[in-house]
Structures are given as structure tokens and as C-alpha cells.
Design a protein around this ligand. Sequence first.
Ligand code: CO
Length: 508
Amino acid sequence: MQTVIDSSIGFSREDWQRGYASLKQEFDYWIDEIEGIIPSDLHGTLFRNGPGLLDVNGKRLHHPFDGDGMICAISFKEGRAHFRNRFVRTEGYLREQSAGRILYRGVFGTQKPGGWLANAFDFRLKNIANTHVIYWGGKLLALWEAAEPHRLDPSTLETLGLDDLDGILQPGEAFAAHPRIDPACDRTNGEPCLVNFSIKSGLSSTFKIYEFNPLGQLVSTYDRVVPGFAFVHDFVITPNYCIFFQNPVRFNPLPYAIGLQSAGQCITFHPEQPTRIVLIPRPPGNQGQTMDEQPAPQTRPTGKPGAVTFEVLSGFVFHHANAFEQGNQLVIDSICYASLPTVEPDADYRETDFDALAPGQLWRFRLDLDTGAVQRQSLESRCCEFPAVHPNHVGRPYRYTYLAAAHAPSGNAPNQAILKVDMESNQRQIWSAAPRGFVGEPVFLPRSGTAEDDGWLLALVFDAACDRSSVVILDARDLNRGPVARLHLKHHVPYGLHGSFTPQWFMD
Ligand code: CO
């Protein structure tokens, strides 16, 4: 079929839509179609999560975020690479696959067949395990923010079941999909520490934070109550703070309760209201000390004791790049949208009018902890998402961020390029897969050098010209030169969400 690329936008909508086809088959093979050379020092496993099914037995889901989680593992060793994908065998996936039809309401608009009557007062959540995957404390965990993780076998990707993190989570309790790893934490004697959160939200919201040592043992947990409803997907950390953006949204549960809309569609954006930046101090290194024994932070709290809030007009934020402390200031870099992108009950997400939506753009927020003042500054106006930074710079001053970005420097468009932003020199480097390639989140993997950009960037790219995906490896020091290697898969992988790299090799 001849595809017409609209030269004014640089891609065709038909091409972009093709990446939203389900991948029902599960594969397990050595990748043998390789352009370039896989770096010999690349050793370990890239795990990646995202919706693998966009339909249930031919009945299309209303939104990709409602799709069942499918894990890909790309394992690197001695210049070779192996691919494997497996669906997370969640209870909902197994039940729907065996019934051959949609049995659950999705958070993002998918309804059971039969109209509103069939959906009214069905408040069951289908834990679809589709957002992120991490290897921590000897466990491979598929994450979905509204319920507990699923544990998988890292060698085979077989689903081992729900994981309550050694008794920490109650059945069905939330555990966010965006853990942050503090590279050197005094709570874990200078070792890395995984920090994650869960939120219980209603008229007020309880933010609960968990910190784990490299063995996966809980070293600290604390919570704070913040006024108002909170819809928070991601957060950032510094050595002393957890930082959340409480977007200006409201939740009206009525259309959800009576079966007219999904829970996600009942969240409305209120641009006339400020975003509230919520700071929750992390406890000091002494494990026995509780938060209440800490001195009050030297700021002007407007929330309840212990949580400090700042107000700013920022729009809607899903993802943050990083944050760091600088004297009496906190710096936070985030992808901001002018409004919350929504999919109406009657709309088809594949018909998205990109021009009608505001692009995500990278902004810097500077909070003065003494005066409570907030300044914001645009760092990058190109449409971008999925920021990545060097893991040793998480929560610390940093120079580079890597993003999936639009090919064109302005306007809203799908991600077709990998962009490197140098915040010191204000230089940019870009590698683009346009016009027919569409990129996912870049994962940064450091090399042994000391330079902050000495590392590899790994990303999945969907190529609409052949309906197949590839794994690209870019040298983070020089994106302009293009991939050092491109590993062609035998099939496509639907557009995904988040992934992580671990230096372990798990196969036999
Ligand atoms: Co995310």
C-alpha cells in the first residue's frame, strides 16, 4: 500500500495508527537481523512494559492505557541480543482470554458490552500490570499504579503472581508505577535506595512513601495527608524531599457509578486553578526516627504539618525528568501540558487530532524554600515525553536529559525522534526515525566513563514501512551520528510505556 506522508507534519496518521495493533503471539529468539555492531560492553537486560493487547477477541479497547501488560526482555551478552515477550498473566487477562470477551471496565474508557446498565455500579479494578517493569531486590515486578505489582520470573517472564512486597501491601493496595532510585542514600549506608509511593485520594489525599534497600527490604515508610483530590502518576526525589505535582483536576464519580463513563473520564481539568507542588521531607538516615521527630522545614507551609505546598500555573504533568537541591532552592524539571489530554466516550483515540492538542514541553521550576516563591522557565519547546537521565544524577544537579520527541521543532505530533537536551550549553542533538518510524521511551545505560553523557540509549522503534519494530542503540555522547546498532525484530511491538535496564543476564 502506498502511504502518503503529509510533508507539513512529517508523518501519516495511517502509519502512526499501525503501531496500535495487538501483538498476540509470544516470541523467544536470538535477534539475527542486525545493522551495525552491538557494543561488546553492553551486558544485561532491557525490560520493557506496555499494552500488548489493544483489543479483546476483536473488540477494540477504548484507550491503549486499558491494554493488558506485555513484558519484552531484550538480553545483551558478548555482542549478541535475545528477544522474549510474555503477557503478564493477571487474573483479568486470564479470565478475558478464556471468555473471549471484555469482562471488566477499564480506567480509560473501555466498557463492558451492554451499555451503561451492564457497567453501572461495577467498581472492580482490573489490575492490568502494563505501565513499568523493574528488577529490584531480586524480584522482577510489573507495575500498575492503582494496585499491587505482579512478580515475574526474570529468565522466562512467567507470571509468579501478585506480590505484596513481603507483607507491606494490603490486598489491592496501590503501588505507583514510577519508582525513583536514589543512587547514594544515607538511609542505606550510601547504597542505592528505591523510593516509591501510593496515593489514596478523595476529598483529601494520603500520600504514602516507601523506601527500600538493594535487598528489597523496607527501610522507611511515612505518609502525609494533603487537602483535595490528587491524580498523580509520577514524582521526583532529592536527598531530602519527595516532590509531587498535584494537578488542578476534580473527580466527579457519578457518571462512573452509573456506568456512563470510566473513572478516568470523570477527571476534569481546571486550568483556572493552580498546580500545587507538594514537598514531603524524607526522613533522616536514622531508621528509628519517625517523621514527627524531625524539625519543621524552614518553609512556609500551606498544607498540613510536614507537607509543604507551593502553587504555580503549570498545566498538567504526567512525567518529571529530575529534581535537585541548590542552596535554598529546589529545581524540578517536568513535561507540562496546557491541559489534560482526554478521550471522550464517543471518540476513537486513533483519530487524535494532534493539532488540536497542546504539546508536552519541558519546563524548569525553581522553588525558593525561604520565601515560597516559584519561578518557571521553558527548557525545550519541542513536543516531547519520556525523559531519562543518568542514574547517578537522579535527585542531583545534572546537565543532560534524553527524551522521545516529535520530528518537527514545533507543534504537537507523535514521538519520532530521540532528543538530547544539554542544559548547560543549551545545545541539542537529535536522531529522528521520521517519516515512517515512531519511537518509545529512551533508557539511558551508563558506560564506565565519568562523563555524564558517557552511555548508551536504548529505545524501541516501530517502523510502519514493514510493520515491524527494532531496538536502536545510540551513543548518548553523539546522537546526531545515528544508531550504532539497529536490531530488527521479526514482528512489531505495540507502542509501550516504561522500561528499565539491569546489568544481570538471566537466561540459561
Ligand atoms: Co509514566
